[in-house]
Ligand binder design. Structure first.
Ligand code: NAP
Ligand code: ZN
Ligand code: ZN
Length: 362
């Protein structure tokens, strides 16, 4: 190392903040406490002291490297609620002490057409995700919300109303926006019959939003035990998808299906439940590719579509909608030491309906 390089490393370190979190060191080891560094608050940055962070099935897919390309050590977490504890010199949108949120994105190229239209989730220049990703300098790794604090550019921080219980607000930052966005994009509401496939974190938010938008909502679930809950969440009907007799009754029935399933499943079966011109919208991302029979699509001119999270303007719109209509996630608050047990329960479909980590337990 020459003297200049050494000086640059020392200077960079002196502009870093020491913090703590829970990390996976590789795809096979459970999450454990880990100390690491965040960047110092820059002119346009906001520092959040994290209060709660939701637990998404994507966290589990990524720490286990089920989608490939995972970067370790990994601090997961992209449903972050916190209070502003420091702002940069040029930050005007946020004040000290304000309640704020950070979702799946912490930056994007800001130049491409999608970024210019507020669709940062489809940034073609490469967005910076909250963890398992790189900042726009393409060298600094991002670390997520299972931690004490985070520093984020103010353009990727969201205003959160003080009106709602904040434990239930955290999951809106991913489960909420991921289901709100396709429902809005396809203008799903009054007069539509919509099936929500899978009653987990995303599924329960999809039921709440679709019923709030006026659609007739049917829960399509593999778990008989979730029927009463589905109805309480706002579903009008419940179909146990492991029972052929019940499934046959809803063949050709739906205008839309929102598919939130995290594990491999038979897409052709669910396409058969759509009406002519019906659309199955995939938000769940099973680890293995799906087999689609062409006949499942062409008979009935059906579409299989996808959607991911939402851009910053739409995420703010969703948070404001929730504050106005009293919509929150149903959560089970856990201590961070119980995160690995929570993942095991998530794999068994035993989540009612989102785990949220109380970061004071770290
Ligand atoms: P989750 O809470 O674990 O819920 C998944 C639900 O899928 C389960 O509760 C279960 O519901 C159902 N399910 C599980 N295995 C199944 C199987 N073999 N066949 C049929 N149904 C099954 O997960 P989540 O956090 O909601 O995430 C769901 C998926 O969405 C994950 O793949 C995640 O990575 C992905 N995701 C995508 C985005 C995006 O931007 N598109 C954002 C967040 C998450 P029942 O008991 O009712 O059957
Ligand atoms: Zn997520
Ligand atoms: Zn872009």
């Amino acid at each position: 190392m020459n003297i200049l390089h050494w000086y640059a490393v020392v200077m960079k370190k002196s502009y870093m903040i020491e913090t703590k979190g829970y990390a996976a060191q590789d795809a096979k080891t459970p999450l454990a406490p880990w100390s690491f560094q965040r960047r110092e608050v820059g002119d346009h940055d906001v520092k959040l002291d994290i209060l709660y962070c939701g637990v998404c099935h994507s966290d589990l897919h990524q720490i286990r490297n089920e989608w490939g390309g995972s970067i370790f050590p990994m601090v997961p977490g992209h449903e972050i609620i916190g209070r502003v504890s420091k702002v940069g010199n040029h930050v005007h949108k946020f004040k000290l002490g304000e309640l704020v949120g950070v979702g799946c994105l912490v930056d994007s190229c800001r130049q491409c057409d999608n970024c210019k239209h507020g669709l940062q989730q489809y940034c073609t220049g490469g967005s910076s995700f909250t963890y398992n990703s790189y900042e726009q300098d393409h060298t600094t790794l991002t670390y997520g919300g299972y931690s004490k604090m985070v520093v984020v550019n103010e353009d990727f921080v969201l205003h959160v109303s003080e009106k709602l219980p904040i434990t239930g607000v955290a999951p809106l930052l991913c489960a909420g926006i991921t289901t709100y966005s396709p429902l809005r994009h396809w203008k799903i509401g009054k007069g539509h019959k919509v099936g929500i496939l899978g009653l987990g974190g995303l599924g329960h938010m999809a039921v709440k939003f679709a019923s709030s938008f006026g659609a007739e909502v049917t829960m399509l679930s593999t778990s008989r035990s979730k029927e009463a809950d589905a109805k309480k969440l706002g579903a009008h009907k419940f179909v146990l998808t492991t029972n052929d007799e019940y499934v046959n009754k809803v063949k050709g029935y739906f205008d839309f299906i929102i598919d939130t399933v995290s594990a491999p499943h038979d897409y052709n079966l669910y396409l058969s439940l759509l009406k002519t011109d019906g659309i199955q919208i995939c938000v769940g991302v099973p680890p293995t590719p799906a087999e689609i029979n062409g006949f499942s699509l062409l008979g009935g001119r059906k579409s299989l579509a996808g959607s991911t999270i939402g851009g910053l303007p739409e995420t703010q719109e969703m948070l404001d909608y929730c504050a106005e209509h009293n919509i929150i996630s149903d959560v089970e608050v856990i201590a961070i030491k119980d995160i690995n047990k929570a993942y095991d329960r998530m794999l068994k479909g035993d989540v009612h309906y989102r785990f949220v980590i109380d970061m004071a337990s770290l």
